[in-house]
Design a protein around this ligand. Structure first.
Ligand SMILES: Nc1ncnc2c1ncn2[C@@H]1O[C@H](COP(=O)(O)OP(=O)(O)OP(=O)(O)O)[C@@H](O)[C@H]1O
Ligand SMILES: [Mg+2]
Length: 462
């Protein structure tokens, strides 16, 4: 293990003998013959280890030790003591010396001490680095799992998460692409009694049909060509914790049958294995497909749907909570700045409003990517409307002046129609919600929810 060793002794014979041995061992060696010289050499050579004679004229070893400990606390110091100077040795150890050797010098012993000292330093450094990385990772994970937004829609979502978390029941999260379904699943896990145990996710859409069974349940060695060793599946890995089955709408019917069995029995067998394995796993599933529709089209098993859909949570699209867009934008501006080590950029109210008006078919993920792009491409520190236009989706320019655009899904068309219909009825009823509810033959509370969900403006004339 290479390293730099500084030897400090006023006896040239010792310096040379020690120096020669340590050089032979492959270390860089620097020497000093007095305390004063030692401080200079340590400053310029920044050694890993200092071997320091206690007794020297003028600045003695103990004083040098004290200074080194103060100025270069990471350097390890091995003291050389004369015969019978117990007091000095004690003092040196108290001052933080790594170890000591007695005269006459046993050079072999010193070589071993140096090796150990360097080893310890390396371990300490690794530990420190690991702790630092862990801390950074934790901060990053926390920031990434933060649910930003204080709109009524978001508050309701938070309440649903808080209510679902402590229960052990299965949760089915639905919502469009990029709305934050995974974030909701993680939030439920983190607020649940299982939080200390693993959160394991599997994206059913991303894994080839032939591999998904072994991904979910694991396999025994030799179960199929290429199964060179036993592998634990996600159900196994999530034992005691939460398994997040993402994009369950993409599971084949055969796999659905197998998953259903595990959910019913909480046990399964590995591919190519015979032993039943028992697990305690809470399943949270998510899908951006309309599963009821998939059931009708015979793509999804109805029995599995009811097994999974114990606590349904719908994550609303971003356009149903536009008032969160400014807070989300600032959150992403800050996050990207920190990740890139840049200064965070500011954004003008006009530019924020422009973002808030867009429909965000890709939801929060699209907004997040957009902010990242703007952060990188706009050179100055204040982002204004004109800076953003080139980075906004093409159709945005058209929508900039008129809000009417053709909805690109049946769901959006329904939302658009309902919004318009409710707004018109409200206007006709003098913006009185109770009267409007009566006219539309719905409960007042239901209409209220609709108004909030669809973001219908009340009193837009004012
Ligand atoms: N409320 C929120 N506050 C802050 N960031 C959010 C919020 N919701 C989602 N995000 C961020 O938006 C991105 C998309 O979220 P997530 O992956 O959870 O969505 P999803 O619904 O699982 O999407 P997909 O259907 O595409 O898998 C992530 O980067 C996530 O951190
Ligand atoms: Mg997802």
């Amino acid at each position: 293990m290479p390293g730099t060793i500084c030897i400090v002794d006023d006896e040239i014979a010792n310096l040379n003998a020690l120096g020669a041995t340590l050089t032979d061992e492959g270390y860089e060696v620097c020497k000093a013959q007095s305390g004063m010289e030692a401080m200079k050499v340590i400053q310029t050579e920044s050694p890993d280890v200092v071997i320091l004679d206690i007794w020297m004229p003028q600045l003695d070893g103990l004083e040098v030790l004290e200074r080194v400990r103060r100025q270069f606390p990471h350097i390890l110091v091995i003291m050389i003591s004369g015969h019978g100077s117990v007091d000095s040795v004690l003092k040196a150890m108290k001052l933080g010396a790594y170890d000591y050797v007695e005269k006459p010098l046993d050079i072999e012993k010193i070589a071993i001490l140096v090796r150990n000292a360097l080893h310890q330093r390396k371990l300490e450094e690794e530990k420190r680095k690991l702790e630092e990385e862990n801390l950074n990772l934790r901060i990053k994970v926390e920031r990434h799992s933060q649910l930003v937004g204080s709109s009524p829609v978001m508050e309701k979502l938070r309440q649903q998460i808080a209510a679902a978390a402590p229960a052990h029941s299965r949760v089915l999260i639905s919502g469009e692409n990029g709305t934050g379904k995974e974030l909701v699943a993680r939030a439920i896990h983190l607020q649940s009694p299982r939080r200390e145990n693993p959160f394991v996710e599997i994206n059913c859409a991303a894994i080839p049909e032939t591999l998904i069974e072994s991904e979910l349940f694991g396999h025994e060695r030799g179960a199929f060509t290429g199964a060179v060793s036993r592998k634990r599946g996600k159900f196994d890995l999530a034992d005691g914790g939460t398994l997040f089955l993402d994009e369950i709408g993409d599971m084949s019917l055969a796999i659905q049958a197998k998953v259903l069995r595990v959910l019913e029995e909480q046990q399964f067998v590995r591919v190519g294995g015979g032993k039943l394995l028992k697990v305690n796993v809470r399943v949270i599933a998510a899908s951006n497909k309309d599963l009821r529709q998939e059931i009708e089209e015979k793509n999804f098993r109805e029995d599995l749907f009811y097994r999974l859909n114990v606590l349904p949570i719908e994550v609303p699209p971003l356009r149903a909570r536009r008032e969160d867009i400014p807070a989300l934008t600032r959150h992403f501006l800050k996050m990207h700045a920190e990740e890139q080590g840049m200064k965070p950029k500011e954004i003008t109210p006009g530019a924020l409003e422009m973002l808030a008006r867009h429909d965000w078919p890709g939801n929060i993920r699209e907004l997040r990517n957009q902010i990242e792009r703007i952060m990188i491409m706009v050179p100055h520190a204040l982002i204004d409307v004109d800076d953003m236009v080139p980075f906004m989706p093409k159709e945005f320019e058209a929508k900039r002046n008129s809000q009417v655009g053709r909805p690109d899904s049946l769901r959006d068309a329904r939302y658009a129609f309902e919004r318009e219909y409710i707004a018109t009825s409200l206007r006709e009823n003098g913006w009185n919600v109770s009267k409007t509810a009566e006219a539309l033959k719905v409960e007042r509370s239901h209409l209220h929810r609709k108004i909030k969900f669809l973001n219908v403006e009340l009193h837009p004339e004012h």
